[in-house]
Ligand binder design. Sequence first.
Ligand code: ZN
Ligand code: ZN
Length: 283
Amino acid sequence: MSSSKKDRRRLPPPDPAPLPGLIDAHTHLAACGGRTPEAVKEILDHAESVGVTHVVTVADDMVDARWAVEAARWDCRAFAAVGLHPTHAGDLTDETRAELEQMLTEPRVVAVGETGLDYYWTTRSDDCADPSTQRDVFAWHIDLAKRTGKALMIHNRDADRDLLDVLKAEGSPDTVVMHCFSGDRHVADECVDRGYYLSFSGTVTFANSDELREAAHITPPELMLVETDAPFLTPHPYRGQPNQSYCVPYTARALAAVKGLGDADMAAILGANARRAYSLPLR
Ligand SMILES: [Zn+2]
Ligand SMILES: [Zn+2]
């Protein structure tokens, strides 16, 4: 890589034109550097300056879950999701179960996740939980969402069929969010039939994502969410540069183009969907 290209990859993307009413349906504030009240405020001030009024910050592991709950306590623009990422499914013990259940009693913790299945890392990392552990721990999270009445936030990588089968076998909770939806139109169809929300990240803007845009095209607007999954998956043309919640308008505009809607209308729909999906306690 040339040095100028390397330099560019460290640079945050420029601010998009503001697009009011958006909510980042899935981000990782701690991984974006938000580990103090001041740092969280800075990230959320930046997001709010371009119309992203609220975010749901999500846990990968127990350390992350504690950060997510803290962020939601520090700043009224942040809500939390707690759970164990499928790659960390091996961390589920009596103690971590009890801690996650306790966290979910907080009104500002609005979802269980991210949980699901990840078959990409099972063959690429020695630390990744095996598929059968992932399945058992996913089932526990599904039950937890049902018991607490909170949304279930799904992570799915290379596991479409098994994931949908486990959800069907266990019985879906009332609200299911397919975070960073990555399936084709057939998977989208099945999710829509079941009433799941499809949350689209910057990947829907990538040049090679025609199949994903097709999935977005057939998804009814009222089941669509927009997210960053920051600090990763920065939208085109800033792919590879650091992502943050203020970048949501780039992806929201791409979704508006796919749906043939005006940017402001799309943003209003996406914002309203996030409020409903997570039952956000907002006025
Ligand atoms: Zn994920
Ligand atoms: Zn994530």
